[in-house]
Design a protein around this ligand. Structure first.
Ligand code: ATP
Ligand code: MG
Length: 605
């Protein structure tokens, strides 16, 4: 699934990512310091060649190198010949330099990882919170798998860029700068040859980078598809088998995975091509340099040692440049992922501008002239709904499937904004409530029960209810007639439920959801097909328990089985998004409309 994201410039991306690094600037600085030491170590190890070679020639220029100069300054050469001095000085310098370089590498790598891991942790948290706060339409338009892969795969791509790539770019980049500086110090004219190929390399890097980014975006979108198909196939494995869908799921997976492979291969192709191209350019530059260096005129300006040091340093340039150019793909993957993550982070949250808050609402609900179309669709789902529910009243909503009953209560819970018409709770428009406060006034058992991978107890005392006493939870379970089966579970209330309550029957799941709603003890209770999966006897028993609970609160019951709504104070009949009748059971039967028709159908069986 490809999205149309607003493209941002790389600079904006870098700047925003840098914002995440700022809190850890001291670690970042330590890391850079470590890499500076590391790259200086690299340069000085090249310089050591001069010390070694010039001392072999017993040449007086042996003191002119950086390392040898320092060695002569630090150690007392006394009567030693250059060779004798080098025998002590070179090994000592080797060990000291290698150790210092290693320490620098350690500090650079470790602290950079520290920064990167913190950055990723922060990003992942922000993305997760963003998704938790996203409006319902966001969930309507994104599949679960795609969202999961954003949190897992995409964030991990940023990690790759932030740890590996940054490490290489900083560590090896500084080495390149250090070596170039050293070359200029030895012979700036010769070094200019390198500067001639630099723009060519930059051009290659930039062109390749654009390709990398494009492929990275596609790879990451296809990862979403791969996750989505896997997610569906795992979650719905029974349907897949019952309907013989293995082939179909397999094909879908194959398509998603093959696309991913193809894009990854394209990326690998460009990656594999770019490094040899850059290496060839470097070799040409190096060759030209040797050609010039061996020119007798220029040669006379070098000692044997400094010439070898120069060529060594030039030769050493190849490896870090290759490394820097080859992490481009990782960087571009990271940037593509960061681009997508930032795009998500910039989306609007569920609107929550209301400030009104009540401790406990009375439960007067008024729908006035409410019409509704789901965002992004055409169909009018609710049409001019006018309905007043007094505090403490029990109202039943009945009507054919798809008539808009669930939608009406979704709007009451503000899962979607009611833009045309209004809904008020206790005389205050629900949009004026603080969202969390409004939802605290509603205890809802929705048509699709969701249970969490946690204990039965924690599933009932969930969210705001966490911290409820054991007695209260048991009482709620008893009212919902759930205790009878909970007691039979291996650990009772402390049994851990499988994914989304796997291991429970449909009716058991519903009873847990009812217990959760009872425990919430909110002034408005909404039951959307809450007992549809229960047998008649259990349903009647729960109905009786609910009668007590409904006594001091507003209740909205939605049910297809009309026998369960007979006792409501008022029954509202909906059809195609409109209220077509309302009254008591007896009144509606006497009217002989849709209600009577549905009722007789139910009881003629
Ligand atoms: N998230 C959504 N996006 C777009 N359309 C939706 C969405 N949810 C429901 N609809 C549409 O809104 C209409 C009313 O759906 P609703 O769920 O309110 O019906 P219902 O009366 O609760 O039906 P049932 O008795 O089967 O639960 C249906 O035509 C449905 O296709
Ligand atoms: Mg419904």
């Amino acid at each position: 699934m490809t999205e149309n994201r607003g493209r941002v410039s790389d600079l904006q991306l870098y700047r925003r990512l840098l914002g995440y690094v700022l809190p850890y600037w001291y670690l970042f600085a330590l890391s850079i310091a470590g890499y500076v030491i590391y790259s200086l170590g690299n340069v000085l190890l090249a310089d050591l060649m001069q010390f070694l070679l010039d001392s072999l020639n017993e040449s007086e220029e042996t003191r002119e190198g950086l390392v040898s100069g320092a060695a002569y300054a630090l150690l007392d050469a006394g009567e030693m010949t250059p060779l004798e001095f080098a025998r002590i000085g070179v090994p000592a310098a080797m060990v000291v330099l290698a150790f210092t370089r290693a320490m620098g590498f350690f500090a650079g790598t470790y602290f950079m990882n520290h920064v990167a891991r913190n950055l990723v942790h922060q990003l992942r948290g922000e993305l997760f919170n963003k998704i938790l706060l996203a409006p319902s339409t966001y969930y309507d338009h994104h599949s679960q798998g795609v969202l999961i892969s954003k949190i897992t795969y995409n964030v991990e791509q940023v990690t790759g860029a932030a740890t590996k790539a940054l490490k290489v770019v900083v560590g090896e980049g500084l080495t390149v700068i250090g070596l170039l500086g050293y070359l200029f110090y030895l012979n700036w004219r010769l070094s200019l040859i390198f500067m001639l190929v630099a723009p060519c390399i930059a051009l290659v890097v930039s062109v390749v980078g654009k390709h990398f980014r494009r492929y990275s975006r596609r790879i990451q979108d296809s990862m979403g598809d791969v996750t989505q198909v896997s997610n569906e196939s795992i979650g719905g494995y029974k349907e897949v088998r019952l309907f013989g869908g293995q082939q179909q799921q397999g094909d879908r997976f194959e398509v998603a995975s093959a696309y991913n492979r193809n894009q990854s291969l394209k990326l690998a192709l460009v990656d594999a091509m770019s490094t040899p191209v850059i290496q060839t350019m470097l070799a040409v530059a190096l060759g030209a340099m040797v050609w010039f260096a061996l020119n007798p005129e220029i040669l006379s300006g070098f000692s044997a040692g400094s010439l070898v040091a120069f060529l060594t340093a030039a030769g050493l340039l190849g490896r870090p440049i290759r490394q820097v150019s080859s992490v481009q793909s990782v960087i571009q993957r990271g940037l593509a992922a960061a681009e997508d993550i930032f795009h998500q982070l910039d989306l609007e949250d569920e609107p929550d501008t209301g400030t009104h808050a009540v401790d406990r609402a009375r439960g007067d609900i008024v729908f006035k002239g409410l019409s509704f179309v789901y965002p992004g669709t055409e169909q009018v789902v609710l049409r001019d709904i006018n309905l007043t529910i007094r505090a403490g009243e029990a109202v039943a909503l009945v009507g054919r499937s798809g008539s808009g009953k669930s939608t009406l209560i979704q709007l009451l819970a503000r899962f979607y904004p009611a833009e045309d018409g209004s809904i008020a709770l206790d005389g205050v428009p629900i949009a004026d409530y603080r969202l969390s406060n409004l939802r605290r006034q509603l205890a809802m058992v929705s048509q699709n029960v969701t249970l969490f991978h946690d204990t039965v107890f924690n599933n009932i005392a969930y969210g705001d209810l966490a911290g409820a006493s054991r007695e209260a939870v048991i009482a709620a379970c008893e009212s919902a007639h759930a205790m009878e089966f909970i007691d039979k579970l291996p650990e009772g209330l402390d049994t851990v439920l499988g994914d989304d309550g796997a291991g429970l029957s449909g009716g058991q799941r519903q009873r847990l959801a009812i217990a959760r709603a009872i425990l919430k003890d909110a002034p408005v209770l909404v039951l959307d097909e809450a007992t549809s999966a229960l047998d008649n006897e259990s349903e009647h028993r729960i109905q009786r328990a609910l009668d007590t609970i409904m006594r001091n609160r507003t209740t909205i019951v939605i049910a297809h089985r009309l026998s369960t709504v007979e006792r409501a104070d008022r029954i509202v009949v909906m059809d195609s998004g409109e209220i077509i009748a309302s009254g008591t059971h007896a009144e509606l039967l006497a009217q002989g409309g849709l209600y009577a028709q549905l009722y007789h159908q139910e009881f003629s069986d």
